[in-house]
Ligand binder design. Structure first.
Ligand SMILES: Cc1ncc(COP(=O)(O)O)c(C=O)c1O
Length: 416
């Protein structure tokens, strides 16, 4: 029997970039272990980080708190003790003026964004309200989250050459237009896929524009502040009333617990909790239980600067030198400046085939990458630039990263 799906069903159940990415990466890490996985946003296996989570689990077994954790449903906005401890942590470590009413625990930042985008934007009292992404390229996972057509809009960046073979994307304030249909602005910082970090000036200007129009600025801190803190220039955005910040547990080595925290004004937090009750009933509470005692001292906040950030810095430098040597001077290539997150963003200026075709050729050679066009969405006009770009992850073991990057360079060199 052929099922008939609703309009919303078709939007969500059809093929999408994020679903292909997760299927490919999941297979590479399980049923196709010969695939060199330079594709996903998988955190690396960092021994001291894994050790910390193993110790915490052992403590939970020993003190019996595992039983309560596994047995009980929490309220839909999160465990009240965790929300209080997390607010105290943000006050103490980040000087954010927040209370537990400003914290919503969610079953992953992926699902938090789905709820947020559809809470704030879409069909509203007979009008279409839209989320504006002020700095493309941005996170592939947002692209298919709108429940109505035309709910996303986006602004192209100013591309600045910052050094030989290096570019940086900047917000193009000349192009940024806040029309009455804009419900919120959203940007990941550091940005997945490029590793871009907003300058303080850009952050302040976006905040001022949002404030002037009475709309929230949503900052997705999945890789950034306060943890895992993979920001190389020390930028620490300050949450203020009217803003919405997302902080995920995934990139401190816990993507398996599927937990994230939203920091926002109390009415947004309440609305998200109510939505979460409908969609998920409650959050998984294992992640909250693992983190809770670490919120009381500086273990968690120090993990970034002392362990996680240096690890990725070294990996990033290694991957950069491998790709630079392999591509040489014959190919017109540039990498985005490495300011944070876990990725290399490679631009091959004038790439003779679309990045999607290059992705297929690389997959045949057992190298998994993400073609750049998936990170451009919400546009009315075609944009060639991301079809010349690839996102490459360097979180897998070094020999895999080296082999993968050398094969990528070989395939690109064949085209010039
Ligand atoms: C920028 C960004 N936001 C959100 C997510 C989703 O994270 P999670 O759902 O694991 O919290 C990711 C995952 O890679 C990401 O890169």
């Amino acid at each position: 029997m052929k099922s008939t799906f609703s309009d919303i069903g078709l939007r969500l159940a059809g093929p999408s970039g994020i679903q292909e990415l997760m299927d490919d990466c999941g297979a590479a890490l399980t049923t196709h272990p010969d695939m060199r996985m330079l594709g996903g946003g998988q955190p690396a296996a960092i021994p001291p980080v894994q050790q910390l989570w193993r110790e915490r689990m052992r403590e939970m077994l020993d003190d019996g708190s595992i039983d309560r954790t596994l047995l009980n449903y929490d309220p839909p906005g999160g465990n009240p003790l965790f929300r209080e401890a997390f607010a105290a942590f943000l006050q103490r470590e980040c000087s954010w003026n927040v209370a537990s009413e400003n914290i919503a625990v969610m079953p992953s930042s992926q699902s938090a964004f789905f709820l947020l985008f559809n809470l704030l934007a879409g069909d509203t009292a007979g009008k279409k309200r839209r989320i504006l992404f002020p700095l493309l390229p941005d996170y592939i996972g947002y692209a298919n989250q709108a429940l109505t057509a035309g709910q996303f809009t986006a602004c192209l960046p100013r591309i600045v050459e910052t050094a030989a073979h290096e570019i940086k994307y900047h917000v193009d304030f000349d192009r940024l237009r806040i029309t009455p249909d804009i419900a919120a602005m959203c940007v990941s910082c550091p940005t997945n896929p490029t590793g871009n970090v907003l300058t303080l000036n850009e952050f302040d200007s976006l905040h001022a524009i949002c404030d002037a129009h009475g709309i929230p600025l949503i900052i997705d801190n999945a890789y950034g502040h306060p943890f895992p803190g993979v920001i190389h220039n020390g930028f620490q955005p300050q949450w203020q009333p009217g803003m919405i910040f997302s902080i995920s547990m995934s990139k401190v080595g816990l993507p398996g617990v599927r937990t994230a925290m939203i920091v926002a004004d109390a009415p947004i937090v309440k609305a998200l909790s109510n939505m979460n009750a409908i969609v998920s009933l409650a959050n998984g509470n294992l992640g909250q239980a693992l983190l809770l005692p670490l919120l009381k001292d500086d273990t968690l906040i120090q993990l970034g600067p002392q362990v996680i950030r240096p690890f990725y810095r070294e990996r990033s430098d290694f991957a950069k030198s491998v790709i630079a040597n392999a591509l040489g001077e014959k190919v017109p290539w540039a990498l985005h400046a490495q300011e944070g997150a876990f990725f290399l963003w490679l631009w091959i200026n004038g790439l003779p085939i679309p990045a999607a075709e290059l992705y297929r050729r690389l997959k045949e050679r057992k190298v998994l990458v993400i073609p750049g066009h998936y990170f451009a969405f919400g546009l009315d006009e075609p944009w060639q630039h991301p079809h010349e770009c690839l996102r490459l992850t360097y979180s897998q073991p070094e020999h895999i990263v080296r082999e993968g990057l050398e094969i990528i360079a070989e395939e690109i060199a064949k085209l010039f």
